[in-house]
Ligand binder design. Structure first.
Ligand SMILES: Nc1ncnc2c1ncn2[C@@H]1O[C@H](COP(=O)(O)OP(=O)(O)OP(=O)(O)O)[C@@H](O)[C@H]1O
Ligand SMILES: [Mg+2]
Length: 237
């Protein structure tokens, strides 16, 4: 199968500081990857490197076999990368509906379909981004990425800080996206067990390097490997 997203020996960071070192990855349509690792190891930096918010020191990033490593973020988004940042980055002064409309591009997902996917948002479509709860902001951030009709969806800790009932709703949507096939999903998670269950393949980062890259079941079935890669807290959550 043709690769959709390729990282080829990627070294990247902030200004002169290198955070991600010599990372290679190939993902094809429908591939779902979990990115795990302790706090501060570079998970968000990896997402930012793919979308173009860091400095690429070496290697190349390709989307549908085209080099994108030197394109600005907005061009990568237009080429088909949807990004749900850890900070959510909702436009607070725009309504929910406006946040979605400005990101909409022709394709499978329309604004109305996002409202069917997240009924909480539909009921509050005229509320401003800064008037809604953290859970609703997270749903909006995911909806905003989807309505751009990407081929690759980058999700940076979408469950962080949310109530269990909201986590369940978001997980249900992620499962339906996974089941629909076609989309490459890269999920950064602190909830290791949830991520290992969701994604067939996992990479574990440590200080910007992949210390594990393989089948999620290999990691979840091996408590010693889990704790050496993730520490005890990562293993039990
Ligand atoms: N804008 C920035 N400028 C300089 N250094 C940064 C910047 N953002 C992050 N860093 C540094 O890069 C390293 C990796 O941070 P990153 O946010 O990618 O980690 P993370 O794995 O996402 O952590 P967390 O689990 O806390 O979200 C850290 O040492 C951090 O201090
Ligand atoms: Mg992070």
């Amino acid at each position: 199968m043709k690769p959709v997203l390729e990282l080829d020996g990627v070294t990247a960071g902030y200004g002169p500081t290198v955070i991600i070192e010599n990372l290679s990855l190939t993902l094809a349509a429908g591939d779902v990857l979990a990115v795990l690792g302790r706090n501060g190891v570079g998970k968000s930096t990896l997402m930012k490197t793919i979308i173009g918010q860091t400095r690429l020191h070496g290697g190349e990033i390709r989307l549908n076999e085209q080099a994108i490593g030197h394109l600005p973020s907005y061009r990568r988004a237009l080429s088909g990368i949807g990004y749900v940042p850890q900070e959510r980055d909702i436009f607070g002064t725009l309504t929910i509906e406006e946040n979605l409309r400005i990101a909409a591009r022709a394709g499978r997902w329309t604004v109305e379909e996002i409202f069917s996917l997240f009924p909480n948002l539909a009921g509050r479509r005229r509320n401003r981004g800064d008037e809604i709860s953290g859970g609703e902001q997270q749903m909006l951030s995911i909806g905003r990425a989807l309505v751009g009709n990407p081929g690759v969806l980058l999700l940076d800790e979408p469950m962080e800080g949310l109530a269990p009932v909201i986590i369940d709703q978001i997980l249900k949507v992620l499962h339906s996206l996974r089941a629909s096939g076609g989309l490459v999903i890269v999920l950064v998670e602190q909830y290791a067990l949830m991520a290992l269950e969701f994604a067939p393949r996992t990479i574990v980062l440590d200080r910007g390097c992949a210390i594990f890259d393989g089948q999620s079941s290999e990691l979840s079935g091996n408590p010693e490997l889990m704790s050496s890669c993730l520490g005890l807290s990562g293993a039990i959550r």
